[in-house]
Design a protein around this ligand. Structure first.
Ligand code: NAD
Ligand code: WQD
Length: 340
């Protein structure tokens, strides 16, 4: 058997979907997660999908002892580092918590990797590192900036990894800048299950469609976009999962890869609402309200480099994203607490 991969944050939304992609490719993995934003029930769902980890370690990435223990127990071929907090508004209210969890967490992980002699890491970065982009589509060499502590935490992690690669040429590092991951596993057994009121568009929409929320608030219809609503690059979480496999493969020698993972298509909020209604047959009650503070008008990727360097290209369109998100939500009205 090949040496396993460590997935930090592997019971979270993107980590769990990536676990299924690894399992399909017959790549063994171990999950380490402190369950701060996920459910242990994800592990039952992974088992039903024949995607169980070799082990699940309930630990924090800031816990050096726990990291040393897991690196002593397994000989890892590399790490995919998903673990992190990701709510922009929360990061404004609790900046130091975000720096500790995301930046200190990444530092602790890198130190443990160095102690164990494991020097291959795929890092979950974000399109948020482009701040308010000067133009779209966004290339990887666009200016970087942060507009909130969450974004700053990602930029600080990127800086740390870039500097590490610059001064020590033994590391294999991929910085994957995800755009807007949505959708769910096609089985309906895995999906996004935010705690409380969803911040993101797709989970809010599916909860409105379920009747769990009265209506969607569309934040702004006066942007400089064709229909006035904000435009983003939504990509299917299973395409994103495949991007991680491609990155692991591309890290065949010490190097630093920095790539956007997006479709290259800008989609407006209104287009998303209309597509969801057409695909699922369920209209989304909505009202136009003021812009959300901190939002930008448009953000989408130039995904050319991912194709060149990783041989990766998004395959699944908006219809599939809506259909799969809706299947997940309607099969799991209580998220992972639903018994299926
Ligand atoms: P998620 O919250 O569903 O998953 C993150 C997982 O990390 C959770 O299971 C959580 O319990 C765990 N975790 C958090 N802090 C931890 C710690 N200190 N120790 C151990 N485990 C910890 O989020 P996601 O959407 O799956 O995002 C995964 C990664 O991708 C995050 O780093 C996020 O910032 C990044 N990202 C997400 C998006 C998005 O829109 N979902 C976009 C760009 C980047
Ligand atoms: C998408 C569009 C909203 C909710 C955030 C983070 C980013 C990244 C992905 C991690 C925007 C509109 C939304 C609602 C709405 N995460 N909207 N009503 O803001 O592009 O990105 O998640 O790295 O860092 O900032 O995603 O899903 O919140 O919003 O009208 O109830 O939907 O204004 O145009 P966003 P989102």
């Amino acid at each position: 058997m090949q040496d396993p991969i460590l997935l930090t944050g592997g019971t979270g939304f993107i980590g769990a979907h990536t676990a299924t992609a690894l399992a399909s490719a017959k790549l063994p993995f171990v999950i380490l997660d402190n369950l701060s934003n996920s459910s242990a029930k994800v592990l039952d769902r992974l088992a039903r999908l024949n995607a169980s980890p070799l082990a699940f370690v309930n630990a924090d990435v800031r816990d050096a002892q726990a990291l040393d223990a897991v690196f002593a127990r397994f000989k890892f071929s590399g790490v995919i580092h998903f673990a992190g907090l990701k709510a922009v508004g929360e990061s404004v209210a609790q900046p130091l918590r975000y720096f500790d969890n995301n930046v200190n967490g990444t530092l602790q992980l890198l130190q443990a990797m160095q102690r164990a002699g494991v020097k291959k890491i795929v890092f979950s970065s974000s399109a948020t590192v482009y701040g308010d982009p000067a133009s779209v589509p966004i290339r990887e060499d666009a200016a970087l900036s942060a507009t909130n502590p969450y974004g700053r935490s990602k930029l600080l992690c990127e800086d740390m990894l870039r500097e590490l690669a610059r001064v020590d040429n033994s590391w294999k590092i991929a910085l994957l800048r995800y755009f807007n991951p949505v959708g769910a596993h096609e089985s309906g057994l895995l999906g996004e299950s935010p705690h409380g009121v969803p911040n993101n568009l797709m989970p809010f929409m599916t909860q409105v469609a379920m009747g769990q929320r009265e209506h969607l608030q569309i934040f702004g219809n006066d942007y400089d976009t064709p229909d006035g609503t904000g435009m983003r690059d939504y990509l299917h979480v299973m395409d994103l999962a495949q991007g991680h496999l491609a990155a692991l493969q591309a890290l065949d020698a010490p190097k630093l890869l920095t790539v956007n993972l997006g479709t290259g298509q800008g989609v407006s909020v209104k287009q998303m609402v209309d597509t969801f209604a057409r695909v699922t047959g369920v209209p989304i009650a909505h009202r136009f309200v003021a812009r959300r503070p901190g939002d930008i008008a448009q953000c989408w990727a130039d995904p050319t480099l991912a194709q060149q360097l990783l041989g990766w290209k998004a395959q699944l369109g908006l219809d599939r994203m809506c259909a799969d998100a809706w299947r997940w939500q309607s099969m799991n009205p209580q998220g992972f607490d639903t018994s299926l």
